[in-house]
Design a protein around this ligand. Sequence first.
Ligand SMILES: N[C@@H](CCC(=O)N[C@@H](CS)C(=O)NCC(=O)O)C(=O)O
Length: 227
Amino acid sequence: MIVVHHLNNSRSQRILWLLEELGLPYEIKKYQRDAKTMLAPPELRAVHPLGKSPVITDGDVTVAESGAIIEYLLETYGHGTGAHSLMPAAGTPDKRRYTYIMHFAEGSAMSPLLMKLVFDRIETSPMPFFAKPIAKGIAKKVKSGFVTPNLKAHLDFLEAELNKSTWFAGEQFSAADIQISFVLEASASRGGLDASYPKLSEFLKRIHARPAYQRALERGGEYAYAK
Ligand SMILES: N[C@@H](CCC(=O)N[C@@H](CS)C(=O)NCC(=O)O)C(=O)O
């Protein structure tokens, strides 16, 4: 049995969604973030040394890292590379776009989003009065010089991708749409995805309406990004 080690309000939501799209049976073991630090509880380190979510176990196999988990699940249970595999056929332009988006999501797009989270928090954290202007000044500089321009470049790029095709890897819904979903949901909640990005806004509405997405939400529980 596949077990998803699932942290509330986290990337592991997209693994539940993938499993629902594939119609596979699975169990969920739930973990709760620390309310103050937002970190995962130490029990997750017993499953994988880094203690991050998502991580899955499948018999004696343990797989961490969203992209690797998606690859494992599609390879093991996705029935090859046909139309129902959630993956374009090998060697096609769509497959190259698919691979690019799978890597871009965690390899590039999440970095400025994480930095925004950290520097926003620095700006609002309690600290001695004399340190506040220095901390705020640094945060402002990093955000205006690096974080905000990169977030905008990424969103502009993704919007343009959806002007080329219905989904991120062509006309068929694929696991690349699942992988990029967290980037877009996090951007809508904290990093500048608004109505000025009509294609991306419509994409979010479209994925949130999918029955498999809704079933995953129901099973996963608390997920603040499904708006
Ligand atoms: N690139 C990894 C990122 C994993 C990750 O950072 N997960 C977050 C949840 S969204 C986490 O476990 N945070 C809690 C912590 O770092 O303690 C992936 O896609 O699986």
